[in-house]
Design a binder for this molecule. Structure first.
Ligand code: CTP
Ligand code: MG
Length: 307
């Protein structure tokens, strides 16, 4: 089955603020752009054949700087529209018109760099002809429906949360199915639908849910960006390949010390250098306290016991 990831990266990121720093998908977390992390996970997934990125017409230079030189995984970019719906649609039409249209497309927000390989695998496993599958999380909090009020919103009812899910991306569909659904949405006068599953449902497609990863959050605000940076820095180094954080240096510290008594002699060895002196440091070894303290610190940093 030919699978293409369709990554939409044409938004302007208005809610994140600080427009002088550019669109959020090109901001840095863990030393790389958000988009670079997102692309990695799809690039490294064995069941994903290639990637179609949708960018804004103003962002060619930013995109080039993110992806570097030509990469066999990346199709030529498509140019997005004024809404997410329009950008997804542009990507779908580009794929359908290409020389090698995929059977299945996994639509994903560039702004979700923490997508997991397990989510991608689960979605691909569930998709069949006529059925899409999306990553989603069961709702765990109690839900209230409220009406706006000058004092504070006023609760009208409590909504039962059984069988309620939050839709994430990736969202996977047969390309022809979702392309037709998007065309139908436009024909019905819709231009700003933010959820492809909703578009698919509206045209009668079955869409199933696979358990998403709670870490697969979308970067929307400046706080989200700061959180993403913190998460990348705190990930252990033994994460599976493709996990954001792997390329981030594993910085550790250690302290060490060493003590030898003076004895009669002609020189002292310190850090491998022999210094003439009327005493020496006493020990079974060379009694080089400098190198021994350094070795002790290095062993401490890697958690490997006493010198
Ligand atoms: N997106 C897009 N084209 C648009 C709008 C959004 O490709 N016209 C993409 C964004 O780049 C993002 C994803 O859709 O990866 C999810 O959208 P959102 O989080 O809303 O991003 P923005 O629209 O860029 O942000 P904001 O709504 O705060 O302006
Ligand atoms: Mg938006």
């Amino acid at each position: 089955m030919y699978v293409t990831a369709l990554v939409v990266a044409a938004g302007r990121g208005e809610r994140i603020g600080a427009p002088e720093h550019g669109p959020k998908q090109y901001r840095l977390i863990g030393g790389r752009t958000v988009l670079a992390w997102t692309l990695d996970t799809f690039r490294q997934h064995a069941a994903v054949d290639d990637i179609q990125v949708v960018i804004h017409a103003d962002d060619h230079a930013l995109y080039r700087a993110t992806v570097g030189d030509a990469d066999a995984h990346l199709r030529p970019v498509a140019i997005g529209g004024a809404t997410r719906q329009a950008s997804v649609h542009a990507g779908l039409e580009a794929l359908a018109a290409s020389a090698t249209p995929p059977e299945v497309v996994l639509i994903h927000d560039a702004a979700r760099p923490f997508v997991r390989a397990t989510e991608i695998t689960a979605i691909i496993d569930v998709i069949t002809s006529g059925c899409g599958a999306i990553s989603a999380l069961p709702v765990v909090d109690t839900l209230k429906r409220a009406r706006p009020d000058a004092h504070a919103p006023l609760i009208e009812t409590t909504v039962a949360r059984d069988n309620l899910w939050r839709a994430l991306t990736p969202q996977g569909f047969r390309l022809a199915d979702i392309r037709d659904a998007h065309r139908a949405a436009v024909a019905d006068g819709h231009a700003d639908l933010t959820d492809d599953a909703g578009i698919a449902e509206a045209s009668g497609l079955e869409v199933r849910l696979v358990a998403g990863d709670p870490g697969n959050t979308k970067i929307t605000t400046a706080d989200d960006l700061a959180d993403a940076e913190k998460r990348l820095m705190s990930l252990p180094a033994d994460q599976p390949a493709g996990t954001p954080g792997l390329a981030f240096p594993d910085v550790r510290t250690g302290t060490g010390f060493d003590v030898h008594r003076f004895a009669e002699g002609t020189s002292v060895w310190l850090c491998g250098v022999e210094i003439p002196h009327d005493q020496r440091l006493d020990g079974h070894s060379d009694a080089d306290v400098g190198l021994h303290a350094l070795t002790d610190a290095l062993l401490g940093a890697i958690g490997d016991g006493d010198i």
